[in-house]
Structure formats: structure tokens, C-alpha cells
Ligand binder design. Structure first.
Ligand SMILES: [Fe+2]
Ligand SMILES: [Fe+2]
Length: 206
């Protein structure tokens, strides 16, 4: 087994004007320290959050395909491209862009992954849709053993049922084709930045 070892030096701060709080545990932090942490963290998040989110997608760009003629990155882009061309609001386009961002890393729970990622910014409608979109997709899976095409019907009558069915029917289940035009990620970056900078609501866990 490889021996563990400490880093040789502190990780450099992201801004030369910032400073470290050199306390060895959070128990040791006092008011002045928290003021430094809160100020620097906000600037750090503001500067890096969107880049990190986009990187979750862009790191999949060169992934190989497994059955469709596009990989997950291009599926997400193709979904967002269709939604943008249909003049949907920024929120829906951003949701389309990230709806499968966790598809490879947490396949079974990828809807919950993107719902959690976007929760501070999006409406209840899209949060509900993201969590359940994979179940709604089953409706489009014909002659697939073990797949209940009508599992989505347990939510029939719910106020977000139609939107979720529409998202899956018009976008998610159709955006798997290499020969359909796809806008580059750069076309969505300003939309993502604009949307994420405008809306963020506090999350309360019960
Ligand atoms: Fe999905
Ligand atoms: Fe998808």
C-alpha cells in the first residue's frame, strides 16, 4: 500500500488579494475568520460555479458511444438545441442542457442528480420533471422486456404530468441522432450564465 503524505505547501489562493485563515479546525474559527471565509467564498463561487457546471458536461465531449450515434454530451446539446429553437424560456433550455449530466456516473439516479444540481435556480415544475423524466421515457420503449411503458400513469392528473410527457416526447427521446444540427456549447454558455446569475433560492431541508 502506498504511504500517505501531506501536501508540500498550501494550495494557492484563487485571488492574490485574498488570505488564508490558518486555523486547524472549524471549531477554532471566530467572527473575523468567518467574515473572511464568507466574503472570499462568495467571490469564489461567483467566479467559478458556472465553469464547474459546464465542465461536468464538457468533460464528456470525447466519450465513446455505446449504442446511439451520439454520446451523452451531444444528446444533452441536441436536446437544448431543439428547446432553444422552439423559443422555450432560458430555464427550460438550461434544464434540457443539464438533464442527463449525471447519466454515466449515476445512471439510476441521474434525474435526481440534475434536479439537485439545478434546484436552487429552477421551478418546482422542472425539478419534478427532472426527477421523473426517466420513468416517463419508458412510455417510448416498445418491445422492451421488463419495461412498464405505462408506469408514468401513476402520476396522471398531476399538474406537471403534461410538461414532463412533452419534454420526453419532443426532446429527450428524439435527440439521439448524429445527423441533426447541434449548436455548440458556446451558444448556451451565455444563457447558462445569465440564468444562474439571476435566480437562486435558499434550500431548506425538513
Ligand atoms: Fe435521462
Ligand atoms: Fe436524456
Amino acid at each position: 500500500m502506498t504511504d500517505s503524505k501531506a501536501l508540500h505547501q498550501p494550495i494557492p489562493l484563487a485571488d492574490a488579494s485574498w488570505r488564508y485563515v490558518e486555523k486547524r479546525s472549524l471549531d477554532d474559527y471566530r467572527a473575523d475568520d468567518w467574515a473572511v471565509l464568507i466574503a472570499q467564498r462568495k467571490q469564489y463561487y461567483d467566479a467559478h460555479c458556472v465553469d464547474h457546471m459546464l465542465r461536468l458536461l464538457t468533460q464528456q465531449k470525447d466519450d465513446l458511444a455505446y449504442v446511439y450515434s451520439v454520446n451523452n454530451y451531444y444528446h444533452c446539446l441536441q436536446t437544448a438545441t431543439r428547446m432553444l429553437r422552439d423559443d422555450l424560456p432560458d430555464e427550460d433550455v438550461v434544464v434540457g442542457l443539464f438533464h442527463d449530466v449525471g447519466f454515466i456516473t449515476c445512471n439510476q439516479t441521474h434525474g435526481e442528480f440534475s434536479a439537485a444540481l439545478l434546484r436552487p435556480y429552477i421551478s418546482e415544475k422542472n425539478h419534478w420533471m427532472l426527477i421523473r423524466h426517466a420513468v416517463f421515457q419508458q412510455y417510448h420503449c416498445h418491445e422492451l422486456d421488463g419495461c412498464d411503458r405505462h408506469e408514468r400513469d401513476k402520476w396522471k392528473g398531476h399538474r406537471y404530468f403534461d410538461w414532463t410527457a412533452h419534454f420526453v416526447d419532443q426532446y429527450d427521446q428524439r435527440t439521439i441522432n448524429y445527423d441533426e444540427e447541434i449548436l455548440p456549447i458556446g451558444a448556451f454558455e451565455p444563457i447558462v450564465r445569465r440564468f444562474l446569475s439571476e435566480k437562486q433560492k435558499p434550500i431548506v431541508y425538513e
